[in-house]
Design a protein. Sequence first.
Length: 534
Amino acid sequence: MAKEESSKLGNEKSEKNYTANFDDLVDLVEDRGQVKFLTFDGDLLSERKIDGKIYLPPPQVDWLLPRAKAVLQEVEKHTDISDSSDSVQGCTYCQEELYPSLLDYFKQFSEPPTKEHFHFLVLFTLHSYLIEKFNFSPIFFLVATKGRGKTPTLKAVAYASRRGIFTETFREPNLIRWGSDYGASLFFDVKNFPRRVENSNCEDLIYGRAERGVTSSRVLHPERGAFRDMITFQTFGATGASSNRMVDDVTEARCVVFNMPYSNKVFDIEPSKELGLPFREKLTAFRMAHHKNPFLEVKKEQPGKLENYLRGYHQMVKTIFPRHEPHFLQFKKLVVKQKREEAENTFEARIIKLVDELGDSVEKGTLCLTYEDICNKFNKGKIEDRHISEPTISRILKNLGFGSKKNSSSTKRGIFYDEEFLRQLKVNYGLEELETHPKSLSELSEGSENGATKSSKEKFEELVKGEDTASLQIRHKKATYWIDKHPHHPRIKEYLERLEIIENELAKRGELPDDCERTAEKALKEFGSLGGDL
């Protein structure tokens, strides 16, 4: 019995457990020819006890390990910005030395669309070392025909990024190991990236890397039966790809796309793992110095997925690299413009434009625009095979977010013509520039640019009396909608008073809907009872 127990203990001791990730790990490093754990306390460990088990560093990895000595020497150069919540000074060394050196590194290998694109290469590489602080990591996607510098650019980023692996492999086991176990940054260089992803049946393991919280599951042990046969993997991580073929619209929304231009420049230097190693060491020190510093908060400037994907970058820049914030903002402006121009050419954008053009066909009172009118407008001048049906246009408009509505006689179906919602769609699809305040706000004040401050109550009453009932009803719906969405606007009381004038006029004409709660009257009473603070 004693021999059996001794044998079991011996097996437990000889069993080796490996890990590449734990909470206070800076990274795996090379120290005197061995793989070691480097912790945030500066300790170099050959093993680590976690939950009662001894874990060793993996004996080999698919990237060049940063040298421990170089990392520890480099970390001393960084400024402590632990009080960054009260300051926007950032780290002096990062801004004056590290950032510019990365710019020079990338300029050796290719020429992207603009100079501002070099700054994104720097920020993408930096973010891979602080990936735990990000909730989104857009896929860095280079697309162009051959000979445009896609591969050198991708290699340069891969060899400087944290645990960067440059590969043509789409095998499921490799993707799971690299993504879930190694926590690697993955870079794919293939001719037709979209097709390779689709043929490998690994869309979730690649496209899911763009957002934290997305998981992938596989049944690996069917013999164990239900509830015990499935393993779930975390996929989030920095990802890049180059391709001669563009991805589809849905995937593109998860990407920052570089359309690589032709360049007359001759680049003599080829990116290599060895050339990227010194930067990997500098950036590992960057991680060690700044990983525990909280990012400054940055508010979203507009709705949409792109804002989510770039918000983390903005926070990192504002916290550690505030002097380079103008470059980031300029790059973001270019990306937003590019996305809107591309969106403008989509089928959905054509439908939105068509709906906007049919404003005169909207039924007064119900604000219903019928599917029949929309289809007639779309099908005009097209051969019958290219006509669109009412059920099809109904699905498209519902997907865009329009609500259903019947006309006054309940004989035809259509959409509720919400001008404010339509305006937002036009902004999102690049058909109209984003404004500080919606049009309905200015319309509340007799339509002039500064009407709200220049027009008197009497002038506005005259304006309302002179409008026809149908126009006044549209004005009422738009104003009610806007006020409901902006209850804390600094001029809310003024706009509520104007809305009350509109409601009073409609009531005099007997055109105020019976189910109307007299929005302005009710809100103004609440306003007064709260001492003017809505």
